[in-house]
Write a protein that binds this ligand. Structure first.
Ligand SMILES: [Zn+2]
Ligand SMILES: [Zn+2]
Length: 292
């Protein structure tokens, strides 16, 4: 017996093409818009079982703090209402940084540990999925979400919820893995980003742009950056605990890249090339909601 095709969450097409190398994780590509997604839509029980042991990172490294500050610099021109929300805010580390600059910060996240960590930081958080009814419509200058879209079976609907609370002229900022990255090309079926039921939608620069365009958004920037060592070294481990250890190694490398000028220069050159060809590991995209 075969399961009926799940409609493409971006364009609604039923023309799904199975991706042989990722068959174990149920990946298909839409024959019409090229979005890659899982044919299966996991049940709430499956998701709860999976996320119960999901790690919550709550140590802000100096390198990450610097990256957050650079991003906040880019958000400054959008400040009108002074309100910023992080959808899937984890332990609230980015929001804590934003609050230092006077943003009124809000967040959403799942799980007791994340909620407790946010509360300890004094970050206002609502547990569970984003519900626009909890906020005044069009009230946020910036809506951001780091590494969330790939976890959703219906990312377009999530984007629409985000746009309800974003003010006209405001900024939507999204990061998500790049399915077209060089790491995936090199590791093939072993690419550890592919993992059911953790990741359910896999974007490339072109499908992410298509989703934003379908919602009427204007692109401000879209970068693909980085070649993560973590995703190579832990390619055989999809266990979040093992990945956590590998993240510590990655952090040590980041600190070295930041401090040695020749390494920094090399990294900048490589990042430039990765972005030029759209093959960096991570996409960082900002879209503007048109002013009415
Ligand atoms: Zn499609
Ligand atoms: Zn993820």
């Amino acid at each position: 017996m075969t399961t009926p095709p799940r409609p493409c969450p971006l364009c609604g097409s039923l023309r799904n093409i199975p991706i042989a190398k990722h068959a174990a994780n149920h990946l298909v590509r839409c024959g019409d818009c090229s979005l890659v997604f899982t044919q299966l839509d996991p049940s709430v029980e499956e998701l709860v079982a999976y996320y119960t042991h999901y790690p919550v990172r709550d140590q802000l490294s100096p390198v990450t703090a610097k990256r957050y500050d650079e991003l906040l610099d880019r958000f400054e021109p959008y400040r009108r209402t002074g309100k910023l929300i992080d959808v899937g805010c984890g332990a609230g580390m980015f929001l804590e940084r934003a609050a230092l600059r006077g943003w009124e910060v809000h967040g959403t996240e799942y799980g007791d540990r994340a909620v407790a960590a946010c509360k300890a930081r004094g970050v206002g958080i609502i547990e569970g999925p984003l519900d626009p009814a909890n906020y005044a419509p069009g009230s946020f200058d910036v809506v951001c979400s780091f590494e969330v879209m790939e976890h959703l079976a219906h990312p377009k609907e999530e984007m629409e919820r985000m746009l309800k609370i974003l003010r006209p002229g405001g900024l939507l900022y999204i990061t998500t893995p790049n399915y077209a990255c060089i790491g995936h090309r090199l590791s093939g079926a072993e690419w550890n980003v592919v993992n059911y039921p953790e990741h359910l939608t896999y974007f490339t620069p072109s499908t992410l742009r298509r989703m934003a365009k379908s919602a009427g958004l204007r692109e401000r920037w879209l970068l693909t950056t980085g070649m993560s060592m973590v995703r190579f070294r832990t390619k055989r481990s999809k266990d979040p605990g093992v990945r956590s250890n590998a993240m510590a190694d990655q952090e040590a490398l980041r600190v070295r890249l930041e401090t040695a000028w020749h390494l920094k220069l090399a990294k900048r050159t490589i990042d430039g090339l990765l972005d030029l060809f759209g093959i960096g590991d991570s996409m960082k995209a900002a879209f503007e909601k048109p002013a009415q």
